[in-house]
Design a protein. Sequence first.
Length: 555
Amino acid sequence: MDWIIDLFTKQSFAQTVIIFGLVIAFGIWFGKIKIFGISLGMTWVLFVGLLFSYIGISVNHELQDFLKEFGLVLFVYTLGLQVGPGFFASLNRNALVTNMLAALVVIFGVATTLILYYLSTNPISIMTGIMSGAVTNTPGLGAAQTTITNLHHVTNDNSLVTLAYAVAYPFGVFGIIISMVVLKKIYKVDIEHETELQNKLNNLREDKVISKHLKLENKQLIGKSISAIFEMIKTPIVVSRMFHKGIIITPTPKEILSENDVLLIVAQKNTFDQLHLLIGSESDMNLKTAIDSKLVTSHVVVTNKEITHKRLGDIPEFHQHDFTFTRLYRAGTQMVPNGNIALQLGDTVKVVGTQEGLERVTNVLGNSLKRLEVPDIAPIFIGIVLGIIVGSIPFQIPNIPVPVKIGLAGGPLIIALLLSRFGNKFYLNNYTTNSANLMIRELGITLFLASVGLSSGSKIATAFEGGNGFYWIAIGIVITILPLLLVGIIAKKYFKKNYFEICGLLAGASTDPPALAFALKMAGNDIPSSTYATVYPLTMIMRIVAAQLLILMFT
C-alpha cells in the first residue's frame, strides 16, 4: 500500500496530475453551490487549491509553474478570440457612450485603488491583487503576477497577491449585486415601467436594421437600373424582393426599374428618410406574405473556408438573379450585406430567393455545421506563438530601471483580438465553435487557478495575521461598490440610461457573469445581456492593462 501513499504525497509527474485533477474537480463541484442564488463558479478551484496548500500538500514546482503559465495563455488567447469581433463592433459610434461609461468604472476603480494605496501601508502588488478580486477579474490577477515576475525576476510577492485576490473576490461578487439593489432603491425603479420604456427606446434606435415596402413614384428612376439607387445612397441597402411587371422577383443591381414597381428594402432605420425622397412613399403591398410568391427565406451558416477571405462583390457565384442576401449576423451583431464585406466562418446569412437559388447559394456558403465542429488547431497555435513573441518584446519606460514586457497575459490577448478581426486576410482561420472555445478557455483558467492556489495556500495564516486579511476585505468592498454607484448615478442622471441597461453595464464593466445572471433574473428579459456584451470586451482589456500599469508605474 506504500505505493498508493507515495503516489499522492511524493512529488512526481503523476502526483502533480492527480493533485491538479482533485483540486479542479472539487473546485468545479463546489462552484455549483449557490448562496442566495449566487455561485462563485470557477473561483472555487482557487479556494480548493489554497486549502490543499494550507494543509501541506505540494507538487513539483517546475511543472506547477508551467501549467500556470500555459493555462493563462490558453485562457487569455481564447478569450481574445471570443471577444474580438464584439470588441471592434463596440468601438462604433452607437456604442461609444455605453463603453465610455464602462471605461469610467475601470478608471474610477483604479483611482480608488491608488487613493487607498497612499492611505494604507500595503504595497502596490497587494493593492492590485485586491483590486482584481474586488472587480472579479482573474486575467487581471494573471497579468499582475506576470508583470511582477518580469520586473523582479522572483515570484515571492505573487503568493500574497493571490491571497489578496482570493479574500476580496467573494465580496466583489456580492458587492456588484448590492450596487444594483442600492441603485434600484435610490431611483425607486418599477420593473414593468422600465421594461415598457426600454421597448420604446429600441423602436426609436436609428441604427436598427429594418425593412420597408416602397412604391416607385420617382419618374426619373424609371428606365434606370437598381444600381442607380445604390450609387445615390451611401449607406449599405439591400433590395430583398421586388414586385416587377406583375411578378415577385429577387432583383440584381442591373434590374431595370418600371412604373408601379414595389421594392422591399432592408436598411438602417435612419436611411429611410433618404429612400422615401428618392423612391417614394411606403406601399401597402406585403411581398413577404404574398400567396403567389415563389420566393422562400433561409438562414445559411458560412462553413466554406474558400470564400472567407474574399469580398462578397468578388465572388462570381453571388452575382445571380434568383437570390439576395438580406441580413448578415456576426458575433451577436446584425449588418446589411454589401459587396465590401468579407465573410467569416460562423457567419449566418439570411437569404431570400427561389428554391433553386437557395440551394445554389447554400452549396457555395457551406451550411455544414459538422465542419465547424472540428476546429483548425494549427492557426490557434500560430496565434499563441505570435502572442508570446509580442508579449516578450522588451520596452523601455522612463523611470523604470529594467525593460518591461506586456507578458503572457497581454501579448496573446492582443494577437487574438487582431486575428479574430483580420485573420482571414492572412488565411489564418481562428474560428472555433462556442463549445470548443469554452472548453479550451475553462481548461486554461482552471489550470491557472489551481496553480496559484497550490502555490499560495501555505501563507494563508500570514495573510490574516494582525487582521490584514479583514483589512483587505474592507478595502476590496470600497473598490467594488464606490465606482459602480458613481457610474450608475452618472448613467441614470446625465445619460438617461434605464435600469436594465445600467445593470448590464455594471456587470459587464466588472466582467462578472454571476452579476449578469442576477440582473437577468431580476429584469425578466435579456436587455442586461445586450449591454453586458457591448462593454465586456473593452473593459476586459482595460482590466488587464490596468493591473499591469499599476505594477509598472508604482512599484
